[in-house]
Design a protein around this ligand. Sequence first.
Ligand code: FES
Length: 255
Amino acid sequence: MHDGMPITVKVTEIDEETPTVRTIRFDHSFTIRPGQFCMVWVPGVDEVPMGFSSANSITVQRVGEATEALTKLKVGDSFGIRGPFGNGFTPRGRVLAIGGGVGVVPLYPLAKEGSVKTFILGARTERELVFAHQLEDITDLRIATDDGSEGYHGFVTGVLDQDIDLVSYDTICVCGPEMMMKGILDRLDGAGIASHGQFSLHRYMKCGIGVCGSCSIDPEGLRVCRDGPVFTGDRLLNSEFGTYARDASGQKKRP
Ligand code: FES
């Protein structure tokens, strides 16, 4: 693990996954566990946390200044990476993975290593589904789109309610918009298996190594970068999860 200076990597290949999401491959291979993240430094712009989509790639959605800069990189350009950081997923037994939007990114390496039996993949539209073709070959893939352009018409929680026997899975790994994840935690809790859920959280991060406190979550002060980003569902019950998060100035905002 590299807590200090970023490693400078050079872009070797770019795959356009959707109109707003691209995978950037680089010339350095990191030793990662699925679900770990890195801090990506874009010279002159910013440093942002990002999940690995493989040992030598990140998959980026254009949402802010740093990701906008990343989506403009070309083969041969350089940027910095610190990491890998965090705990990652610890799947056991029969595994269900649920990814919404670019939340699929940290779950994809888990599926690639053969750990996932069933995968529920959600997006707003068919055009925004990320890694669907790859996941189709290696998991029992179910798709949900908000507009019904592919698969189930609605949210991933609708697929859960309609098609999935939650208690038949030993581990449920989840990443996506927080309200989607909260809906899944509520269902696990209702079935008495909140501890079977492993949720990958997103919070504003500055240091990425447990020092600055910017990513702490109430009430225990768990640091998402150091204690997470993956937490079992029982640790998130009665926390700020699904209620609020904090912005760069520490003010509460909707997650
Ligand atoms: S980002 Fe600094 S403690 Fe987590």
